[in-house]
Design a protein around this ligand. Structure first.
Ligand SMILES: NC(=O)c1ccc[n+]([C@@H]2O[C@H](COP(=O)([O-])OP(=O)(O)OC[C@H]3O[C@@H](n4cnc5c(N)ncnc54)[C@H](OP(=O)(O)O)[C@@H]3O)[C@@H](O)[C@H]2O)c1
Length: 329
């Protein structure tokens, strides 16, 4: 049984803790929050024995937990992941794992310096069976191209328009469409099609300096892939993968519930299976299995993909003129 500590007390952490408990492989034993009341509230009646912390150094120094789930604002992920590795903890860090090239290098060095520990980026869609079904389809067919879309009107955009500064709409916290939602599409493209030869990003940049939306173009030797992400509008477009005259229509790459194979002149086929109730259950199981079975090959495979994803994201983001304070560190 893994002893789980958490950083960040928003709804996503509650969802991960529920998935972790449902897996039967974790117990919540430590909660960090900037405010003791929030930590108490998060631990609640269900976790009366969880140790509560408001000091991050004391949290990492504590033996109350062995594995930490980090769901703080994006700009803090790398430094907290490195502090956790240095303190001897396993790390599950929310997407995006890093917010700059230098942070990617620092996290890579920290993992190398602590070879017995585990670090996973919580790119939850990778672990869902429907995501793997698409991967199998791509492996069996000659791909002619793809268009992947994730545009969602953010629950925090109204606050931004009203003059507030929600973390995810600031450069200070490494926000924006590419970092928040585009990362799911980049993961899908690289997991399904591999690393492209060339990539470029055309963003619509908000006054705050982050991208409200954008189109990412990936060039492969025989085809190209277009990724469209955004937080300032709501899209109802599906995503598509093309193979000659056939089309695979996917409802949403970040959370696939429908995969329709359309062949001209034939009845279309539905390939998707039923989704899990808690979308984080598969990743929670995968991470716990890897840690408990000392499966370093799984760790290294997933980390190599994360490195490719963040190398590409950092490159296209900085080329598009989107700068974060993390770039200068
Ligand atoms: N995998 C998924 O499906 C999914 C879904 C949503 C979000 N996420 C990821 O989860 C992470 C958190 O997202 P979120 O929307 O919950 O972010 P958020 O509301 O900006 O912050 C998350 C938590 O960090 C702490 N925090 C807030 N502002 C802070 C600040 N200025 N300095 C230090 N700590 C601060 C808060 O916890 P305390 O008040 O307790 O300190 C808060 O609950 C992001 O990286 C996001 O990409 C993933």
């Amino acid at each position: 049984m893994l002893k789980l500590g958490i950083i960040g007390t928003n709804w996503i952490t509650a969802q991960f803790v529920d998935a972790a408990k449902e897996s039967g492989q974790y117990e919540l034993t430590a909660v960090y929050s900037r405010h003791v009341e929030t930590a108490q509230e998060f631990a609640g009646k269900e976790n009366p024995d969880a140790a509560l912390f408001t000091d991050l150094e004391k949290f990492f120094a504590s033996s109350a937990f062995d594995t930490v789930y980090i769901a703080s604002p994006n700009s803090l992920h790398a430094q907290q992941a490195i502090a956790a590795l240095t303190a001897g903890k396993n790390v599950i860090v929310e997407k995006p794992m890093v917010a700059s090239q230098s942070e990617l290098e620092a996290v890579t060095a920290a993992l190398k310096a602590h070879p017995k520990q585990f670090l996973f980026e919580a790119a939850r869609h990778l672990y869902e069976p429907n995501f793997q079904l698409v991967k199998q389809f791509v492996q069996k067919n000659d791909i002619s191209g793809a268009t992947l879309v994730y545009m969602k009107y953010s629950s925090k955009y109204d606050a931004y328009l009203a003059g507030k500064q929600p973390n995810v709409f600031t450069t200070k916290f490494a926000g924006g469409a590419l970092m928040d939602l585009g990362v799911y599409l980049v993961y899908a493209a690289l997991a399904w099609f591999g690393v492209p030869e060339k990539a470029s990003y055309a963003p619509a940049i908000l006054a705050s300096g982050v991208d409200g939306s954008g189109a990412l173009h990936l060039d492969y030797p025989d085809f190209s892939v277009n990724l469209i992400c955004g937080k300032t509008t709501q899209s109802h477009l599906p995503s598509e993968i093309y193979t000659g005259k056939d089309t695979l229509v996917i409802d949403a790459p970040e959370s696939i519930s429908s995969i329709e194979h359309i062949v001209p002149g034939a009845k279309s086929t539905q390939l998707a299976g039923k989704q899990d109730k808690n979308p984080m259950i598969r990743e929670a199981q995968f991470f716990a299995d890897a840690i408990q079975n000392a499966d370093y090959a799984a760790r290294d495979r997933q980390f190599a993909l994360a490195q490719q994803v963040h190398t590409l994201i950092t490159q296209v983001r900085t080329q598009a003129g989107i700068q974060f304070p993390n770039d200068a560190q």
